[in-house]
Design a protein around this ligand. Sequence first.
Ligand code: SF4
Length: 236
Amino acid sequence: MKAMFYDLLPLSLLDDPGHLAATVFTSGCRFRCPFCHNALLQRVRPPKMPPETALRLLAERRGRLESVAVTGGEPTLWKDLPDFLAAVKALGYRVKLDTAGDRPDALADLLARGLVDFVAMDVKDAPERYGRYAPDPRAPERVRTAAAVLRESGVPYEIRITVTPKLHEDEAILRAVRWIGPVPRLVLQAYRPAPGVMAPEIAGTEPTPPDRLRRLRARILAEAPAAATAVELRGG
Ligand code: SF4
């Protein structure tokens, strides 16, 4: 799949928490998560602006923004991402990368070259359930390799699991965190149905109740204490 640059959102307070960020979107993803909020970007789309224009806008905003958050789609599928991030770093920005861990080799290269300052990696579910999210049966192996790459890199990162009311069972999430861990920070993220979600009838038409996330965190801390140094709840 030939993923590519799609667009730049000039200001976000959410995409790199604690930092004033611009958000770069790429299009193209090999996963098909029913709870995907960016379903439009699963397929490769013509860019809304050339990446050179995004770099020019970022150059103009130096000093007013701190960070560039790169999300998708799956950004690591874009072959020009290393060159783009090198240009972003040359402008003095911090870089935060979102990934589902689908290209551990590309991730390792970005980290080794010092092109990323923070990674948020999504884990979808227990490994035997990845077929619900990714058609390729080798996807879970790649995700686990990506987690090992992050662990060995020394670059700060977090692992996020979006907990949906209909797809996710507590026991499967416990298996997922044991499978992927140990990690420094595990984020349990509430699912919120919104316009543009790929398949709310599969993921859920109601948001994940905050109580569910709290109970799940308590179970992880009690039953899989070695899997994560910290367990954070987000969006509940
Ligand atoms: S949630 Fe992320 S990994 Fe899943 S289909 Fe959407 S962009 Fe791809």
